[in-house]
Design a protein around this ligand. Structure first.
Ligand code: MET
Ligand SMILES: [Zn+2]
Length: 790
């Protein structure tokens, strides 16, 4: 009797449960188009190839396509305002009128102001228009991703208001979707993050961006009210800074800001965080007057119980469960995700749970279906944005009691196939990993002893000059590389072509009078992909583009298994280059951490393991180069800073340890007389972070730092450094005098005997004319200082 009663109860519970729909949500979809349509149209617009109207129309088409795709897949909550012609943070600055005066005085159209802020603008005067010459606003990495946002830049003169010159983007795009019969949830960056991620402009350095909260809130209120009036019931408001260490006064701003926003007639706010764990800032989120929270449970899985108990349980708030990874390309493990979703339902009830992507899908390639060349087994393990949309829907349907058993069975099979695959494990690599110890990751002697032998061996002058590696990647190079890839050019012909390019670069450097030469990297499409393609354990996409900034997209290779190096990767080119000069030729490799960071990493082993494996593979290359007579070797680590975990603490110190160790594994197997260089750029580097790499010489991007303190920090660095002397992103040519005064400035705090002379970074995006002029002036300046100190 009791059993039957229980059964009946169970049936009722089950059918109730089935009646409650668990919703699905996508926090943002890549805007670049499946065939990089956005890049093509924007770059063509910049060159004057298409009109503003054509550009705007293409944007509209892309948005419509993405909304429809999600609608057809069955997504309940589809984002709008996730589109941008350049960057979503920049869009907000334009809309809020946070436009430094230097961009407004030319009478440019709003879209051109946007691009000028994003990438700078140089335009000659015409009969009707004045000349324009403005540099871009600062561009910074979006948290620890490889996406860059344009930093909001405020001054005392900033007057926040809704700048409707180009409409009101979030409202217009909401209505645009609505007109297509698609209800969307607009997404905007919230006020506290928007200000915190900004900075003070040069003329207002005493300004604390966060102090502008009172001034920006009325504009947020106005925008949100307009969205409500347009019919939006919910808005996704992103406050990702909650995954960072925040000063107390910033934490306190959340209560102030959201109380103020809630005082107006605004849509329901879904407060959204991603890329980590918010627990250290939990107090700031208590009692916020918002309708729901979104958390990233892929990267912040451990926060689940605490945040749900503290912020959702016992309230009316929605819990958006970020479970489909917005930062990587691996297929979701449905059984794992379902366990978490069930737990969420148990805690807060199915009607409050939304199954979501962990973050915007901006960081993933558009569609796996575009990959025609990928090995079928490996392809089955991947999921790009389009596939992730389907995963979110399937997980939500399952949680709602719908029958998706076929999809679940297929998913389980893929997950099992990857787990059991022999592609992912290489016992030899694992054995070799066990040999890594202090001895294997330490140079034979400490730096001073190495320096002495190196000085005798190379006999370089004071202020030695060099470059960072790449020389102009001309159209000719790209054409020949493509021909070779398509099989239209034989391997011999391609090799001959590459050799002729090397001839050119080497001859050029001798003419200009550089001391340590490079071969110019003409054979490399990309500094990570080039190595990934030659290493075992990697897979490649043909169309897996992801936006890095503006119209620059990258195509990260994927680490699918244990990494090893079947054969030498760079020796041929370096040896050839050395054979045609008597000056030292610097071998050029991409370091383990950068290879890891600019790939999609595995999610089944730690990043530390992957980095050390890459270190071992590169160690073989370093030793092969040395054996072949290339005894100055640069191992680039430009991505080392961005890999730093977002919060201070153990994870961060662990990272610094294994990152440095991976580099040393790669570089310490050489003689004292072999000179190891490294290079860093794109970030504010802390010299303390790189000491442990123990490279003999490092070069860093430096020309845009007008900061004596920053130089001071480097003056204590024990080994030798080249502080980058000119900006390689700009076509500007610094004069000899400019180089001299720059060097003089640095010499005030930095000792001459450790001083290398070099540009900020590789020259591959520059033209030959500029390169010749800039390097000539740079070398002249070095000679001036040599004579002076003689
Ligand atoms: C982004 S760092 C680039 C270093 C590389 N060796 C180059 O010169 O292009
Ligand atoms: Zn660089």
């Amino acid at each position: 009797m009791e059993v039957i009663e229980n059964l009946i109860k169970f049936e009722i519970v089950k059918s109730n449960y089935q009646a409650t729909m668990v919703q699905s949500a996508v926090l943002g979809f890549p805007r670049i188009g499946g065939q990089r349509e956005l890049k093509k149209v924007t770059e063509s617009y910049w060159k004057g190839g298409v009109s503003t109207e054509d550009l705007l129309t293409k944007g509209k088409e892309l948005r419509a396509h993405n909304w429809k795709l999600q609608k057809e897949a069955g997504v309940d909550v589809i984002a709008s305002n996730d589109f941008s012609f350049y960057d979503q943070v920049l869009d907000l600055s334009l809309l809020f009128n946070a436009i430094p005066e230097r961009y407004t005085k030319f009478d440019l159209a709003p879209i051109d102001i946007l691009f000028a802020m994003g990438r700078g603008l140089q335009r000659k005067a015409t009969e009707t228009t004045a000349a324009v010459d403005v540099t871009a606003l600062e561009m910074v990495k979006w948290f620890d991703s490889n996406y860059h946002y344009v930093r909001p830049t405020f001054s005392h003169a900033t007057e926040f208001k809704l700048n409707t010159a180009a409409g009101v983007k979030p409202v217009d795009e909401y209505l645009e979707a609505k007109a297509l019969g698609i209800e969307t949830r607009p997404v905007i960056v919230g006020p506290v993050s928007y200000l915190f991620l900004g900075k003070a402009d040069k003329d207002s350095l005493d300004l604390e961006p966060i102090s502008l909260l009172d001034k920006v809130l009325p504009v947020y209120k106005e925008l949100l009210s307009k969205l409500k009036a347009a019919g939006a019931t919910q808005v996704q408001i992103d406050e990702p800074i909650l995954v960072l260490d925040l000063p107390q006064e910033v934490q306190d701003k959340f209560a102030v800001a959201y109380k103020e926003l809630a005082s107006a007639d605004v849509p329901e706010l879904i407060f959204t965080t991603y890329f980590g764990d918010v627990r250290p800032n939990l107090a700031a989120l208590k009692d916020l007057p918002v309708s729901g929270f979104h958390f990233d449970f892929v990267r912040g899985a451990e926060q689940f119980d605490e945040v749900v108990d503290a912020l959702i349980v016992g309230t009316n708030k929605t819990l958006s469960v970020g479970i489909v990874d917005g930062r990587n390309i691996w297929k979701n493990d449905f059984s794992k995700s379902t366990a978490l979703i069930s737990k969420a339902i148990e805690k807060v009830g199915a009607d409050k749970v939304v199954v979501a992507t962990s973050s915007s899908l901006l960081h993933t390639p558009v569609d796996l279906e575009n990959e025609k060349k990928l090995d079928a087994t490996i392809k089955d393990w991947f999921s790009f944005a389009t596939q992730k949309v389907d995963e979110v829907v399937t997980l939500a349907k399952n949680a709602s009691g719908e029958d998706v058993s076929q999809k679940f069975a297929a998913n389980a099979a893929s997950i099992k196939s990857r787990k059991e695959s022999s592609i992912t494990t290489n016992p030899k690599v694992q054995e070799r990993m066990a040999t890594i110890n202090e001895a294997l990751s330490t140079r034979k002697s400490p730096f001073p002893e190495r320096l002495a032998v190196q000085q005798t061996k190379y006999n370089l002058p004071l202020f030695p000059t060099t470059t960072i590696g790449s020389f102009p990647q001309t159209k000719d190079i790209r054409i020949n590389r493509n021909k070779f890839a398509k099989g239209e050019l034989s391997a011999e012909d391609y090799d001959a072509f590459i050799r002729s390019e090397i001839d050119l670069v080497v001859k050029f450097q001798e003419e200009v009078g550089l001391d340590v030469l490079v071969h110019g990297e003409p054979e490399r499409n990309d500094m990570v992909q080039y190595f990934g393609e030659q290493l075992d354990g990697y897979a490649f996409t043909t169309n897996g583009w992801v936006q890095s900034y503006g119209s620059r997209y990258v195509r990260p290779p994927v680490i699918v298994g244990d990494v090893s190096r079947p054969k030498a990767m760079t020796v041929k080119e370096s040896v050839y280059a050395q054979s045609i000069t008597s000056k030292p030729m610097k071998g050029m490799l991409t370091g383990p951490v950068t290879c890891l960071r600019w790939s999609f990493p595995r999610d089944d082993v730690s990043q530390k393991v992957q980095s050390l494996q890459l270190g071992l593979a590169l160690r073989d290359e370093v030793q092969d180069l040395e054996a072949a007579g290339i005894t100055v070797i640069q191992v680039d680590e430009p991505a080392i800073r961005e890999g730093l975990p977002l919060r201070a603490g153990k994870e961060r110190s662990d990272y610094l340890n294994w990152a440095a160790q991976s580099f040393r594994v790669a570089t310490s197997g050489v003689e004292n007389s072999t000179q190891i260089h490294s290079h860093f750029c794109y970030s504010d580097l802390d010299p303390n972070h790189i000491k442990a790499l123990d490279a003999d010489v490092v070069s860093i991007e430096f020309s845009k730092k007008d900061d004596a303190n920053y130089i001071q920090e480097f003056s204590n660095y024990p080994n030798h450094i080249g502080l980058g002397l000119f900006d390689i992103h700009s076509p500007r040519i610094p004069s000899k005098e400019e180089f001299i005064s720059r060097i003089e400035e640095i010499l005030k705090v930095y000792p001459a005997e450790k001083f290398w002379v070099n540009p900020d970074c590789g020259l591959k995006t520059r033209g030959w004319e500029e390169v010749r002029a800039s390097l000539t002036n740079m070398v002249e300046a070095a000679k001036y200082f040599r004579e002076k100190s003689a």
